[in-house]
Design a protein around this ligand. Structure first.
Ligand code: GLN
Length: 560
């Protein structure tokens, strides 16, 4: 255990979905703006080992890290706010903890002992938290405990973080509790009782918070703040008001203005430094006063649950900011888009088909790709969105009738998208896809080469390769190498390939585009996972730039 690492523990009370992830991320952003090395851990008290097997419909997006972990979406928010790359260890679940403890027990590591929640499970939790601090070399580790204080399943985690203060000392640990301050319209007042109760419950497990972040509709009135302080034993200048913001990226500023960093500095003995918050100010400014506006149709499956596409929405937002444009996202249910149904799609300045699994709505997505190709509407295909673009091109342009992915039609005469040999042997479900960061060689002279140019890690090994980039993946199927020649002969541009001549995955299609189209770009990876406010994702930035141009051209077009 490094004797300098400091820990900030974030718990939540009253109700779930309070925006603890945003609070944790904002605290991280304020520390990063002061030059600290910061990392963040999300604790999920569920028994799933990871989020990979959970339905996006209920839990929101499955986020993927560089090292191929399938995590809770909060990990993505941390990465975006802290501008750091996190890893598998940053998302701790009950499932992982028990799996490790039981494995150790079977191996005889606890020989002769009775294996119990305290100390064995709590020790496992603590060692995971300490490990992240050590591996990441962070000066400050943020630890967000998922769920709500009072839940049975989060008790071992609360006990572990309680013990940690005992081990690292008061000046190296800080407890921040996020609660809700409901407003009662009938009596026209904020009610502090739920917060009082929630802090009392936290105290019941031995944790007295050092600071409170109170969620409410509008800024907490001074009187309510004093009352909360008095009844929760938290100093009144350590009670912060996180009122509803117009943009998530405005939350760090909101907490900065109220002096939250002062609490961290005081309590953790940090030096007082002036923060560098320019990117945040600039982002919020553009979000509030954009020069342009584009409307993007996202044709997907989980359109009733935008959290299922959280990183995608943020990547579009980042790309919008880079183009000084507001991006309005219109969710189009793929199932509702029938072949030839133009009405659903004509209004958009760009069409995006995101990642997805399963056959539902697939023909609607294929049609969306065709519509964008034929009408020259900017198109961005992500993962499944690239696969449907290939299917559409194969069917309509390359003359491969009934071409499909074997995911949707195992008996298709033209399996242009298929399982690769290594996937045929897989029979388990968790963590078995092509996951994590993989390199891609970008072909010179393509649109993709143009947008990725500032990001190239390595330059082209051959003249037709412009450079190499890395993006994260999460998929099982690939464009079938047996069809690449035929598709290229029909005019499909393969703009990205896995590099190298040997090894796993060599020679797979990573990206495609159309030559005679303003912007028809599709990638097998998920570039939205690495998009940051300060470094928007190139395929997204290019897409929004094209959408802005498309909208302008349409506005000035003379009606015929
Ligand atoms: N279902 C497709 C596959 O497994 C696409 C996955 C995705 O879009 N993430 O390859």
């Amino acid at each position: 255990m490094d004797s300098h690492t400091k820990y900030v523990f974030i718990t939540g009370g009253v109700v779930s979905s309070l925006g603890k992830g945003i609070t944790t991320s904002s605290v991280g952003a304020l520390l990063r703006a002061r030059g600290y090395r910061v990392t963040a851990i999300k604790i999920d008290p569920y028994i799933n080992v990871d989020a990979g097997t959970m339905r996006p419909y209920e839990h929101g997006e499955v986020f993927v890290t560089d090292d191929g972990a399938e995590t809770d979406l909060d990990i993505g928010t941390y990465e975006r706010f802290l501008d750091v790359d996190l890893a598998r260890g940053n998302n701790v679940t009950t499932g992982q903890v028990y799996q490790a403890v039981i494995q150790k027990e079977r191996q005889g590591a606890y020989l002769s002992q009775t294996v119990q929640v305290i100390p064995h499970v709590t020790d496992e939790i603590k060692s995971r938290i300490y490990d992240v601090g050590e591996v990441s070399q962070a000066e400050i580790v943020l630890v967000e405990v998922g769920g709500t204080v009072g839940d049975i399943e989060s008790l071992p985690f609360l006990e572990a973080i309680r013990q940690m203060r005992f081990e690292v000392g008061r000046e190296r640990s800080l407890y921040l509790h996020v609660t809700l301050l409901p407003y009662l319209g009938t009596s026209e007042e904020y009610k502090t009782k739920p917060t009082q109760h929630s802090v009392a419950t936290l105290r019941g497990v031995g944790i007295q918070p050092d600071g409170l972040v109170v969620r409410s509709k509008s800024p907490v009135p001074e009187e309510a703040r004093r009352k909360i302080a008095l009844f929760t034993n938290v100093e009144s200048d350590a009670v912060f008001s996180a009122y509803d913001a117009d943009h998530v990226y405005a939350v760090p500023e909101m907490l900065e203005q109220q002096g939250l960093p002062r609490l961290l500095e005081r309590h953790l003995g940090l030096e007082r430094v002036t923060p560098e918050l320019r990117v945040w100010h600039e982002a919020v400014r553009v979000l509030r006063q954009p020069d342009e506006r584009v409307s993007i149709g996202v044709v997907g499956k989980y359109v009733a649950m935008p959290d299922a596409y959280l990183s995608l929405m943020e990547a579009l937002k980042h790309a919008g900011i880079a183009n000084r444009a507001q991006v309005d996202i219109d969710w189009v249910s793929a199932e509702g888009v029938a072949d030839g149904d133009l009405d659903q799609l004509v209004a958009f300045d760009g069409i995006l088909v995101p990642g997805g699994f399963g056959v539902r709505g697939i023909e609607g997505k294929v049609f969306a790709a065709r519509f964008a190709r034929e009408r020259r509407v900017p198109y961005l295909g992500i993962c499944l969105g690239m696969q449907v673009a290939v299917i559409e091109f194969a069917r309509t342009v390359a003359g491969l009738d009934a071409a499909n992915s074997t995911e949707f039609d195992p008996y298709t005469p033209h399996p242009v998208v298929d399982l690769m040999p290594e996937q045929l042997e897989v029979d388990g479900m968790g963590g078995t896809m092509r996951l994590g960061s993989w390199p891609m060689s970008v072909r010179a002279g393509t649109r993709l080469a143009e947008v990725y140019a500032p990001r190239f890690e390595a330059h082209g090994a051959t003249p037709d390769v412009a450079g190499t980039v890395r993006e994260r993946h999460r998929h099982r199927y690939e464009v079938n190498p047996a069809y690449v020649e035929a598709l290229q002969a029909a005019g499909l541009v393969v703009s990205g390939m896995t590099p190298g001549m040997s090894g796993r995955g060599a020679g797979l299609v990573e990206a495609i585009e159309l030559a005679d189209h303003p912007y028809f770009v599709a990638v097998q990876s998920h570039p939205e996972f690495t998009s940051r406010l300060m470094r928007p994702s190139p395929p997204f930035t290019g897409f929004i730039r094209a959408a802005v141009a498309f909208r302008r051209a349409r506005a000035t077009a003379v009606p015929t």
